[in-house]
Design a protein around this ligand. Structure first.
Ligand SMILES: [Zn+2]
Length: 170
């Protein structure tokens, strides 16, 4: 990932749509529609040995394909940037080599657009974070929806247990 992480959604969306009209014969568009990132993909990547490793100094993320590592910046705390970076690098794994006529910056736009879209799906977000054993973070509506059910359920369990104990004591 180069500098796309710093570009606003409106601009990413604008570049993406421009690219779609300029390169409408590229096979990437049909591929993206046919194979959107799905929750099975995360499981499959982990099964194949992919891991997330926090070891970068400056870049947000990068792939170490040889060692099956999704490299993420060391100081990226669990939150929006960490999550988009994860989806971005996963996007590179799946979509980077579909159309070799696309330039590096064109690939960056496509992968970033796909990553931000996919991350807004709370089920995908939860699955990605869980599959790679990362710490969940709540910072917006999708991330809240991704983890709220789990949180309220565990609270409910603790509460029920306490009430039962109280009943026994009385
Ligand atoms: Zn990238």
């Amino acid at each position: 990932m180069t500098t796309v992480a710093r570009i606003s959604w409106l601009e990413i969306d604008k570049y993406y749509n421009l690219l779609r009209s300029q390169k409408k014969d590229s096979k990437i568009w049909e591929f993206l529609e046919k194979y959107p990132i799905s929750r099975n993909d995360f499981k499959e990547l982990v099964k194949r040995g992919w891991k997330v490793s926090k070891e970068l100094e400056y870049d947000f993320g990068r792939l170490d394909r040889k060692n099956l590592k999704i490299l993420i910046r060391k100081d990226l705390i669990p939150g929006y940037e960490r999550d988009v970076t994860l989806f971005h690098e996963i996007g590179h794994i799946f979509y980077e080599n579909i159309d070799n006529s696309l330039s590096e910056s064109e690939n960056e736009i496509i992968v970033e657009w796909t990553a931000r879209k996919a991350r807004t799906n709370h089920i995908l977000l939860r699955n990605a974070i869980n599959c790679f054993g990362l710490e969940p973070a709540i910072y917006d509506l999708p991330s809240c929806r991704a983890y709220t059910k789990i949180r309220s359920k565990s609270l409910e369990n603790i509460f029920t247990k306490t009430m039962m104990e109280d009943l026994v004591i009385n």
